[in-house]
Design a binder for this molecule. Structure first.
Ligand SMILES: [Fe+2]
Length: 264
C-alpha cells in the first residue's frame, strides 16, 4: 500500500519545500480557473499517458488533488498500479483553505518578466487589467469571455518592446503587427489553453488600437480600460476625452468611470 492521506497543512509544507510533485487531475477549464501554485495539470483520462512521458522516476513522491476528492483517489490508485511508490491523496480543492492562483496570475508573472526593469509599463498593464476586471464584473460578462479579456488586458502592450527595437517607435499599427507573434509562444507554454483561446487573445492584442469593427465584449472592454488608463497617464485635454467617450465607449461602467476620472 503506497497511498497516504495528507492534510492541506502538511501538503502545503511539502509543496513549499518542493518535496513532492503536485498533480491536479481535473479538466483544463477547472485548472485554469484556479489551482494550487506549482500544480501540474494531468487530467485523469490522460493520466497514464502523461505519467509515462513526464514522470520517469517512480520513487519520487506525488501529491494528488481534484475538485471534490473522487478523482484524486482514482488517480492515486491508477498510479499505484503503474508502480509509483509514494502517493499522497490530498482530496478536493474544495477543502483547500488557502488561496489559489489563476491563469491570469501566472500571465502577470510572465509579463512582468517580459517587461523587466520597466516599472511604468508593468504598472500600466496592471491598471488596465484592474479596470477590465471591474467593468467585466459590473457588466455581467460571461466567464469565458472574461477569461480571455483578463489575459488580453495583461498582455495587450506586448508589441511595444519589439516595435521599439524594430522600428524605433511604438505607434499603434507597429504594436498590433508585432504583438501577436510574441504573445503566442508565451501563451503556448501555459497548460490547458485551447487553440481558440490563444487565437482570440492574439486577435485582441493585434487590434487593441483599432476602434472599428469591435466584435465582442472582450474587445470593447479592453479598449475602454486601456483608454481609461491612457487618459490618466498622459496629457489629454477634456475635449479629446469627451469625444473619445462619445465615439468609442459603450459600457455603462466604462462611461461612468471615465466621467468620474475626469469630472466630465
Ligand atoms: Fe495600453
Amino acid at each position: 500500500m503506497s497511498i497516504y492521506k495528507v492534510t492541506p497543512e502538511k501538503a502545503r509544507e511539502m509543496i513549499r519545500g518542493q518535496e513532492a510533485v503536485l498533480l491536479d487531475v481535473r479538466q483544463p477549464e477547472e485548472y485554469l480557473e484556479g489551482h494550487i501554485p506549482g500544480a501540474r495539470l494531468c487530467p485523469l483520462p490522460e493520466l497514464e499517458q502523461r505519467a509515462s512521458e513526464q514522470f520517469k522516476d517512480k520513487t519520487q513522491p506525488f501529491i494528488i488533488y481534484c475538485r471534490s476528492g473522487r478523482r484524486s483517489i482514482l488517480a492515486a490508485q491508477k498510479l499505484e498500479q503503474l508502480g509509483y511508490e509514494v502517493l499522497y491523496d490530498l482530496g478536493g480543492i474544495l477543502d483547500w483553505p488557502y488561496t489559489v492562483v489563476t491563469l491570469t496570475d501566472e500571465v502577470i508573472l510572465e509579463m512582468s518578466a517580459f517587461d523587466h526593469g520597466d516599472a511604468k509599463r508593468i504598472q500600466h498593464f496592471m491598471k488596465v487589467y484592474e479596470f477590465s476586471r471591474m467593468i467585466a464584473a459590473c457588466e455581467c460578462i460571461d466567464r469565458k469571455t472574461c477569461d480571455i479579456l483578463m489575459v488580453a488586458s495583461v498582455m495587450h502592450d506586448i508589441g511595444i518592446r519589439p516595435s521599439l527595437e524594430k522600428y524605433g517607435d511604438a505607434i499603434g499599427p507597429h504594436q498590433e503587427e508585432l504583438g501577436p507573434d510574441y504573445a503566442r509562444p508565451m501563451l503556448e507554454k501555459f497548460e490547458g489553453l485551447s487553440e481558440a483561446f490563444i487565437d482570440r487573445v492574439c486577435y485582441l492584442i493585434g487590434h487593441h488600437h483599432t476602434y472599428t469593427n469591435v466584435d465582442g465584449d472582450d474587445y470593447q472592454i479592453l479598449i475602454e480600460a486601456d483608454f481609461l488608463v491612457n487618459s490618466m497617464e498622459g496629457e489629454m485635454d477634456r475635449e479629446t476625452i469627451r469625444s473619445m467617450m462619445e465615439r468609442i465607449f459603450r459600457t455603462k461602467t466604462g462611461i461612468r468611470l471615465l466621467k468620474t476620472e475626469h469630472d466630465l
